[in-house]
Structure formats: C-alpha cells, structure tokens
Design a protein around this ligand. Structure first.
Ligand SMILES: [Fe+2]
Ligand SMILES: [Fe+2]
Length: 281
C-alpha cells in the first residue's frame, strides 16, 4: 500500500468515519414502525418515561456539541467525531420521539420544551483553557448512555423498541470510543494530561444534567457499567481511579477511595462526592 494511502486510512477521523459507516442504520427504513405493539408499549410507562428524558437529552446535542466544536476547533479529528455525534444523536432523538408519538405516550414532547432545555446554556462557552474536562464528561456520558440504552432494551418487552434500543446502544459505544481516542491523542502529546483526565473522571458530571433535572444514565446497581467506566479511565491513563484518589486525597477527606468503582471493585453503590455515584440514579 502506498504511504499516502496508508496515512489516509490511519487518520483518526477516517477510522471513525469508517466505523460510523459500518454501523449505519436508517430511522425510516430500519425501524419496523408498523409492527409496534402499542398495548405492550403502554403497559410499561416507566420505560416510556425514561425514553422521554433520553429523547430530550439527545435533542440537546446542538448546544453541547457546538460548544465542544468551538473549543476544539484546531483539532480536525475532533470536528469529525463531534459532527458524527451530531448526526447520530439527532437520529436517536428523532427515533425516540417518533416512537413515543406512535404509541401515543403522554405528555408528548413539545418543541417549546426542547427550547427550554437549551435556553440556559445556549449562549455559553466552555473554558478555552480546559479541553480535558469536557472531553472526559462527554466520553463518560456516552459510555453510560450505552449501558442505559442496553439495559432498557433488555427490560423492554415491546420487540420494536428492544431492537431500536440495542441499535442506539451500539452507536453510543462508538461515540464513547471517539472521545476516548481524542483524549488518548492529548495524553500522547502531553503525559500530564493523564492526571487531568483522572481528576475529571473523579468529578464527572453528566452533560445531560444541563438539559433535564434527573439524568437516567444507567440502571441502579449496574456493576458492569461501573467497572467498565473505571476501566476506560485505567486504559487511557495507565492508572486506576482508586490509586489516583489514594495519591491525591488528604486522610481527613470524606471520600473513601476504596468505595470508588474500579476494575477490581464489585460494589455498585458509592456515597462519595466522586462522579461514579451518579450511576446509582
Ligand atoms: Fe445518543
Ligand atoms: Fe452519543
């Protein structure tokens, strides 16, 4: 293979574009809208309420991603990763809202409601001196979204919804990997960024909190989601979150490092000020 061709295929944005192409699906053609069992769907208002919140969070992407795109304007790969997220996140919003409309779930999502979820942050920008924190937030939010949709799909008895949620979950795994690759690039360029990634992971907040009051990020007690959350950070930084906390926290601080979910901890419940507790919502 000629050198120029090899370079072209190993570019980060080319790899992500190829992965997005392999995972492509159509809201119009690949969801069996006519086969939805409305009665079965409406029998689970708890699932539909979570779908409603998820749809509103997905609709928030134009605000959140616009800020990320401005922040990382000089990174060609980042622009592509966020552009793909913008399109695929739109499909998630479109498909989830359409599903709720088809089954006749009330209250229906209104455009006014979507505008309201964006209003507070629409004109704001991220700190231009800190790319790491929002990238970590984005990566972990996508990671938790994957588990949220996967678990909801496992719980859903209505077959069209179960399939749709599996499809969306697979997209979210790819999205988390995109952010992870952007962070890996920054760590490779400056090793001190690994410490910033660890700090941001410990203080993680889901960006969806800007759009809805309570983010349905993952099922309570989802030990696998927690372990893999910490595992992502370990793979990126070469250090476990728990070891990072041990090295940075003073002895009299309230946070107990051993309670933070890490690759070797099975406890899904934490009561610390660290971000992992948000998994319990
Ligand atoms: Fe999404
Ligand atoms: Fe996503």
């Amino acid at each position: 293979m000629p050198a120029s061709s090899s370079r072209a295929t190993t570019r980060l944005y080319a790899r992500h574009a190829a992965a997005a192409d392999r995972g492509r699906w159509s809201v119009e053609r690949d969801v069996s809208w006519d086969l939805i069992d409305r009665k079965l769907a409406l029998a689970r208002p708890d699932i539909l309420a979570k779908l409603r919140d998820a749809a509103i969070i997905e609709s928030y992407h134009p605000v959140n991603l616009a800020r990320l795109i401005r922040l990382t304007w000089d990174d060609v790969d980042a622009g592509v990763v966020f552009s793909l997220e913008m399109y695929e996140g739109f499909k998630h919003f479109h498909a989830l809202r359409k599903y709720l409309d088809v089954v006749g779930y009330e209250p229906a999502i209104t455009d006014d409601e979507l505008r309201e979820s964006r209003r507070a942050t629409a004109r704001t920008d991220l700190d231009p001196d800190d790319e790491i924190k929002p990238l970590v937030e984005f990566m972990l939010s996508e990671h938790l979204a994957a588990y949220f949709f996967r678990r909801l799909g496992e719980d859903a008895e209505e077959p069209v919804l179960a399939r749709l949620l599996r499809t969306i979950a697979a997209d979210e795994v790819r999205h988390a990997q995109g952010a992870s690759d952007l962070l890996a690039k920054r760590i490779a360029a400056d090793r001190s960024n690994a410490r910033r990634v660890l700090d941001a992971a410990v203080h993680f907040r889901h960006y969806g909190e800007l759009a809805v009051d309570a983010v349905p990020v993952a099922m309570a007690g989802d030990a696998i989601a927690i372990r893999t959350f910490a595992g992502r950070i370990t793979r990126l930084c070469g250090t476990r979150m728990v070891d990072h906390l041990k090295s940075t926290l003073d002895a009299d601080q309230r946070v107990a490092p051993a309670s933070i979910g890490d690759a070797h901890t099975s406890s899904p419940r934490t009561n610390t000020s660290a971000g992992v507790y948000r998994l319990d919502r």
